[in-house]
Design a protein around this ligand. Structure first.
Ligand code: NAD
Ligand code: DAU
Length: 340
């Protein structure tokens, strides 16, 4: 079995590669990644010498490079993680989100059509459903919830998600789609809530909470997401969409307070800053379908996962310190410098 994993130098894609190489030592895994600001080759250093692993630096928007790779490798499965993934960046500059997330997905699927594939899997997101109100805790996103996006990021992911389903219906491409809630864990890029708060707290820097910090996200340990995708590509039904989430809703402010507590840092570091434009209030996944059809259940409880994650950031300071000392500094200044 040969699998192309796009975006495998990023947070979830790298964790997926580690999971697959460990679980299926006989599979050949090819990582196709453009190494944007979010991609880190150092993340993959432990698997670079594995004879069943190959890294290829190219963009999923580069049709010639993608077709060339298919001609060389004849993949059985493609798992498309590659994307611009940060909502705040999509508010600053939507263009690259449309190019990578929509047109890149099209190139990957065109290659699958041209050369043949057993399965194309699209890593979509729960953000395609928009948000839920805080005063209706009885409501959850199911696979039937209408698509209703808020940010340029989520609109681009929804476009890709729908395009994938269109390629299935129109061209018979054997696809599956997964829509997962917020992930956390090792190798999470420090522009996102949890790693940003851990890194800032460790450096005794202000912890910038948007608005009142009451927005709710449904957190899932990254390995549980990887195991769900593994199940879907092996046992999921072609043409189907699967929600992935572990019923672990938490307010942002409670996450930040917990990080302070775990690190022994004072809550006085918490600074309320201007809210995100169009900020989604609450995400909450109903994962009944993947549980009933594929037997998936999350294995890591948040209380354990957050401890493991914090320990990982303490043990791997070099990984994130290299990131935050580079180009990231001007990003941080631009996004947070005058944000009050
Ligand atoms: P990430 O930003 O950490 O990593 C993205 C990776 O894609 C990077 O390695 C980057 O170099 C690569 N990439 C970007 N543009 C590319 C291009 N044009 N060609 C090839 N590679 C390119 O993202 P992540 O958090 O790991 O998310 C991975 C996927 O999962 C995304 O599709 C995202 O929408 C989806 N998702 C993320 C979450 C989450 O909580 N992080 C939840 C649900 C779904
Ligand atoms: O739900 C899945 C999505 O989760 C994925 O599709 C996205 O790729 C991923 O980035 C994530 O999106 P969010 O916008 O939910 O994640 P982020 O970590 O950016 O923010 C989480 C919450 O924390 C959100 O309500 C905004 C808030 N926040 C974020 C940052 C970076 C802050 O209050 N302060 C911050 O500095």
């Amino acid at each position: 079995m040969t699998i192309i994993v796009t975006g495998g130098a990023g947070f979830i894609g790298s964790n997926f590669i580690f999971h697959m190489l460990k679980t299926y030592p006989e599979y050949r895994i090819i990582c196709l990644d453009a190494l944007t600001y979010a991609g880190n080759l150092s993340t993959l250093k432990d698997v670079m010498d594995n004879p069943n692993f190959r890294f290829v630096k190219a963009s999923i928007t580069d049709r010639e490079a993608v077709y060339g790779l298919f001609e060389e490798e004849h993949p059985d499965v493609v798992v498309n993680f590659a994307a611009e993934s940060h909502v705040d960046r999509s508010i600053e500059n939507p263009s690259v989100f449309l190019e990578t997330n929509i047109l890149g997905t099209q190139v990957m699927m065109d290659a699958c059509r041209k050369y043949g594939i057993k399965r194309y899997h699209q890593v979509s997101t729960d953000e395609v459903y928009g948000d839920l109100p805080l005063d209706r805790p009885d409501l959850f996103f199911t696979e039937e919830t209408p698509i209703h996006t808020s940010s340029p990021y989520s609109a681009s992911k929804a476009s890709a998600d729908l395009l994938v389903q269109a390629y299935h219906r129109t061209f018979g491409l054997p696809v599956t789609v997964s829509r997962c809630s917020n992930n956390y864990g090792p190798y999470h890029f420090p522009e996102k809530l949890i790693p940003l708060m851990i890194a800032n707290a460790l450096n005794d820097k202000p912890l910038p909470v948007y608005g009142k910090g009451e927005n709710v996200r449904d957190w899932l340990y990254v390995e549980d997401h990887c195991k769900a995708i593994d199940l879907i590509i092996h046992k999921g039904t072609v043409g189907e969409v699967y929600n992935i989430g572990g019923h672990n809703e938490m307010k942002n402010i409670d996450i930040v307070r917990l990080i302070c507590k775990e690190l022994g840092k004072p809550e006085s570091l918490i600074t309320y800053v201007a809210d995100r434009k169009g900020h989604d209030m609450r995400y909450a996944i109903d994962p009944t379908k993947i549980h009933n059809e594929l037997g998936w259940l999350p294995e890591t409880k948040f209380a354990d996962g957050i401890k493991k994650t914090i320990k990982w950031y303490l043990d791997n300071r070099q990984w994130w310190e290299e990131i935050i000392s580079g180009e990231y500094q001007s990003y941080y200044e631009k996004m947070y410098g005058n944000r009050s």
